[in-house]
Design a protein around this ligand. Structure first.
Ligand code: SAH
Length: 266
């Protein structure tokens, strides 16, 4: 099916809404919203301002009050009428988005779908913190994980195990469990003094950035009444020590630039 403005439209498009601010959706995501006959949005976290991109006669559902079967039923009904549904997920749909179960169910029903990526909240949090998660000589890896809640975490991924790496870590879905998070982090390579931050509603109008150290994590969350819609960022990349990059070192030769001396051993 071919939509207006030359965009090829599948029957169901999973679209990443971005972390909050309505202008942080991708241009493609915005166009898909403009063309949709139906939008099912994750009302607990998606900025409702994004719905202003919808056509006047677009049918809008809030998935926060629906179960999987109901969501699929709407998609199936729309498809039967030859209509285009946008399933709008917060951040990027690949992270804690519960999209796999929808995609597989749609495939079984012979309904085609496509995914439009979005700016994840962990990127929004980095922007709020003015942080680079991968600082030379500090950390070259980012662990994205969560504290176990009602959704179990596989044994090999328990927080204290992942914390052994001491790398940059971003915790989703965990700001209501900071006492346990703090204890688990301290069982790993982080110390009481390792820098950490809580970023509440990154990129929203009421964004809040709270900086501290791992030893104060639980206290900081309590003092600021943070229990949800927040990320916990941990690691020495939030500190002040790092090395300058090789990439922009004037002595470093790359495919695109000749360094000012011939030391190629870096
Ligand atoms: N797919 C989303 C994550 C969905 S899980 C993404 O890529 O961002 C929901 C969790 O994401 C929340 O509990 C919170 O931990 C985090 N989250 C989502 N939006 C956020 C925001 N704007 N600021 C801080 N955390 C956010």
């Amino acid at each position: 099916m071919s939509g207006k403005k030359g965009l090829v439209v599948e029957m169901v498009d999973f679209v990443g809404a971005g972390p909050g601010a309505e202008d942080l959706i991708t241009v493609r995501g915005m166009r898909l919203l403009q063309e949709a006959d139906c939008i099912i949005y994750a009302g607990s976290l998606v900025n409702p301002e994004l719905l202003s991109y919808a056509k006047e006669d677009c049918v809008v559902y809030n998935s926060a009050v629906m179960h999987l079967g109901e969501v699929l039923e709407v998609m199936e009904h729309m498809e039967a009428e030859g209509k285009h549904t946008v399933r709008l997920h917060t951040g990027d749909p690949s992270l804690y988005g519960a999209i796999r179960e929808q995609i597989d169910a749609l495939k079984k029903k012979g309904i085609s779908c496509r995914i439009c990526p979005g700016v994840s909240s962990f990127c929004g949090a980095a922007a709020a913190l003015e942080a680079e998660y991968t600082l030379p000589s500090v950390s070259q890896s980012v662990i994205i994980t969560r504290m176990e809640g009602r959704t179990p975490v596989p044994e090999r991924e328990k927080l204290h195990s992942l914390a052994q790496h001491g790398s940059t870590m971003v915790l989703f879905l965990s700001s209501g469990m900071t006492e346990r998070v703090q204890a688990e982090l301290l069982r790993g390579a982080y110390t009481e003094k390792t820098p950490c931050a809580i970023v509440y509603k990154a990129t929203w109008q009421d964004e809040k950035v709270i900086r501290g150290v791992v030893g104060q994590l639980c206290k900081l969350a309590k003092e600021n009444h943070i229990t949800k819609t927040a990320l916990i960022v941990v690691g020495d990349v939030l500190g002040d020590d790092y090395e300058l990059s090789k990439l922009y070192d004037k002595h470093f030769t790359t495919e695109f630039r000749q360094g000012t001396d011939s030391d190629q051993s870096k």
